[in-house]
Design a protein around this ligand. Structure first.
Ligand code: NI
Length: 181
């Protein structure tokens, strides 16, 4: 397993739409494993393939990765709950919840985002088996955030237009400075 590079705003791969996964082979399994390793290394609770430069409809999630008690444990004692969603699609959404969101691809910025509180998601396993699952609260929010990535969207795209413009300009400027430093 290896830790992959996470692309950050304004990299164009983050604005592109991921394509459905058609081959459920060892290459897909390896990409999922590497994405999990990358997510653990970066301390995120979810990662979409776009973020590592792969336009595939593949998401990895581990909600325990933000649990501070869990993070305080020495690595071998941590209890991981990795989840993998291939070709996820939103089948139903209801309710409303507002969460302070962050993203490994949006450096040093968080914002409140309103999303559905409960969703039903259809997806496939790494073996290509079709599944359906109801998710609520943080799990639902996380999946919606990651599915946005697959559609080429970031959580900052949910901000009101003027604020979005200001934030994107600022983030682009910071990225440019970091590059030239
Ligand atoms: Ni993200």
């Amino acid at each position: 397993m290896s830790v992959l590079q996470v692309f950050t705003f304004p990299h164009p791969v983050l604005t592109q739409e991921a394509k459905p996964v058609a081959r459920f082979d060892s290459e897909l399994k390896q990409l999922a494993d590497n994405m999990l390793e990358t997510m653990y290394a970066e301390g995120g609770i979810g990662l979409a393939a776009n973020q590592v430069g792969q336009l595939k409809r593949l998401i990895v999630v581990d909600l325990r990765n933000e649990d501070q008690e869990e993070l305080a444990k020495p690595r071998p004692e941590r209890h991981r709950e990795p989840r993998i969603f291939v070709n996820p699609s939103l089948l139903d959404a209801s309710g409303e919840t507002v969460t302070e969101e962050a993203c490994l691809s949006v450096v040093d910025f968080t914002a409140e985002v309103k999303r559905a509180q409960r969703i039903v998601v259809g997806y496939q396993t790494l073996a290509g088996e079709a599944r359906e699952e109801t998710l609520e609260d943080l799990a639902a929010v996380c999946l919606q955030h990651e599915m946005d990535h697959l559609a080429g969207k970031l959580f900052i795209d949910h901000l009101p237009p003027l604020k979005r413009q200001i934030v994107k300009r600022r983030l682009a400027k910071i990225a440019k400075l970091a590059k030239s430093a």
